[in-house]
Design a binder for this molecule. Structure first.
Ligand code: AMP
Ligand code: MG
Length: 371
């Protein structure tokens, strides 16, 4: 099987990944444990935290800041937030054959599959994101994702015939969203919500925490949902004036930077934690739907936005678009990007992202001007 022309030989790739590893990996950590021991926490507040057993293929933690007398209601809100996460997973996971999306993917052409308002909301947002990102974000690219996963399983690169077939099968033109569901025009089109459903779930769970009341009065002073490092936080932080989100160096115990947030969402997409391996070479799990090949421009992208769904979408989209994608970022969406070695191993961020970083700023950081 021939190597696709875009892929450099193995030794070059090894150098690239060694270089990338030297730069850094971004992992978001929120120090829930620290809050509990904070000496500055007024005694009239308490932190209620709930570790959640694996959901959506990852770890999760939920936490709220409440007055001690609201503890019981806070615990109920945390349980409800977990339920919401599991409900989104049950409806939208494409790993579950009997989820709504599982049924849609298996459906024949012309068969309308009923979808919940939530699934439809995410599908509509995904379709809109394809337009906003000039095709870089495309939830219909599941045939391409499946092709590259199969290629990894058989340890053989896909050939042009396979690539062209999968590209042709990946298009919003092949699927119609109706009032209550979706109809495929061609049985081969399939949806993958892996780059948006987690963000949506975080927003829904955060809304449950935010809206918790006792006798009609809001009880939560602040809260946080952390789903595998993607997170949303709101209200009063558990500790100090800001929510502190560590941007951690992979090979050093100290974080390379810290974000100071009043609230909002942070999502990261990177090729370091999840990747495919074919014939000894590593490939990004994010696909560039325009070429049909794994994205190659970035090592890691972290996005800050008002909602986790938006941050989730743009972290994936910028991973495909590379530095040129900064021009497309909507207002209120900020990003930090580490480019791959072939793109100069640069660390770039928007002005808004830079303003959220604690000083001193990481060495080598360049600010990209927005148009
Ligand atoms: P994330 O790690 O959040 O960027 O999500 C990556 C996941 O989204 C992949 O594992 C695929 O399931 C899916 N995906 C890959 N490439 C794309 C793309 N270009 N647009 C939308 N979803 C994608
Ligand atoms: Mg994501």
């Amino acid at each position: 099987m021939k190597r696709p022309p875009n892929n450099p030989p193995l030794h070059a790739r090894r150098r690239r990944y060694a270089g990338a590893a030297l730069i850094l990996t971004l992992v978001i950590l929120v120090a829930v444990g620290m809050w509990k021991t904070s000496p500055s926490r007024p005694s009239r507040q308490t932190i209620e935290a709930r570790p959640v057993r694996a959901v959506m293929g990852t770890t999760c933690s939920l936490a709220v800041v409440v007055k001690p007398r609201h503890k019981k209601h806070a615990d109920a809100a945390l349980r409800n937030a977990e339920k919401v996460l599991r409900q989104v997973e049950a409806e939208m996971s494409t790993w579950l054959a009997d989820s709504q999306l599982g049924r849609l993917n298996a459906a024949a052409a012309g068969q309308e599959i009923a979808l919940s308002p939530q699934s439809l909301e995410v599908l509509r947002a995904a379709r809109e994101a394809t337009e906003q990102t000039d095709g870089a974000f495309d939830a219909t690219c599941r045939p391409l994702i499946a092709l590259w996963r199969d290629s990894a399983a058989r340890d053989t690169l896909p050939d042009d015939v396979e690539l062209n077939a999968a590209r042709a099968a990946s298009s919003w033109e092949l699927i119609e969203l109706t009032k209550q569901g979706a109809v495929k025009h061609n049985s081969t089109v399939q949806i993958d919500l892996g780059a948006i459903a987690k963000g949506y779930a975080i927003d829904r769970a955060a809304a449950v925490l935010k809206d918790a009341t006792m006798d009609g009065i809001p009880i939560n002073l602040g809260g946080m949902v952390n789903l595998g490092g993607d997170l949303a936080c709101f209200g009063q932080p558990a500790h100090g004036e800001h929510w502190i989100v560590d941007v951690k160096h992979p090979h050093a115990p100290a974080p390379m930077a810290k974000l100071r947030l009043r609230g909002g969402a942070v999502c990261t997409s990177g090729n370091y934690a999840r990747f495919l391996e074919i014939d000894g070479e590593r490939f990004n799990h994010i696909i560039d739907p325009r070429s049909g090949r794994p994205a190659e421009m970035t090592v890691s992208v972290t996005v800050v936005a008002s909602t986790a769904m938006t941050a989730d979408i743009w972290a994936t989209a910028l991973s495909v678009l590379g530095p040129a994608g900064f021009d497309r970022l909507p207002d209120g969406v900020d990003a930090l990007m580490i480019t791959s070695q072939s793109e100069g191993s640069r660390m770039l961020c928007t002005e808004g992202f830079r303003d959220l970083l604690e000083h001193p700023l990481p060495a080598g950081l360049s600010v990209v001007a927005r148009p």
